[in-house]
Design a protein around this ligand. Structure first.
Ligand SMILES: [Zn+2]
Length: 169
């Protein structure tokens, strides 16, 4: 039995921003990190390990006054293909985006292989990293063949490629 307060907390709506629903348990923290928000600027609600009809248990992430750029959606799709991203405007769902696993990822993730050409001091100025998506949570470097799983993907996102669009809707 859910208590009244718990229910209220879970369904609490936000006026404007995003709601990322159906995240596998534990991934809420990772996605929050990926969003790379300026801490003092945004109101964030992370509901961790809540009941879900679809997944059994799930995480939900709500961020006020934020809009996501394409690169971030790609990463979310890669790590949590069952997630949905809802854009909220005036308390209502304006747009619901179902995740589509990208076929390739370019320039967003670093290759962890130190010997990979994309990590060469000179070469890396001229080439972008390229990964082929084999399946959700498994990608392969086009240059050196290095295979990366979810944990590695999350910790090898190149900083500076991400922007959070904060905008008035
Ligand atoms: Zn590589």
């Amino acid at each position: 039995m859910k208590t009244r307060t718990e229910k209220k907390f879970l369904v609490r709506k936000i006026k404007e921003g995003i709601v990322i629903d159906h995240l596998p348990v534990g991934l809420g923290f990772t996605i929050l990190k990926i969003l790379d928000l300026v801490p003092a600027k945004y109101t964030v609600v992370l509901a961790h390990n809540v009941e879900s009809k679809k997944l059994g248990r799930k995480d939900i992430l709500k961020v006020q006054n934020v809009w996501l750029e394409e690169n971030k959606l790609k990463i979310i799709a890669l790590l949590a293909p069952k997630a949905t991203v809802n854009y909220i405007k005036n308390w209502k769902v304006e747009r619901k985006i179902r995740m589509k696993i990208p076929k390739k990822i370019e320039g967003i993730i670093k290759c962890p292989n130190a010997l990979c050409i994309t990590n060469d001091e000179i070469e890396k100025k001229f080439i972008k990293t390229k990964f082929e998506v084999l399946k959700s949570n498994l990608i392969r470097c086009k240059y050196c063949g290095y295979l990366m799983s979810r944990e590695e993907i999350a910790s090898n996102l190149s900083k500076g490629n991400f922007f959070v669009y904060s905008q008035k809707f």
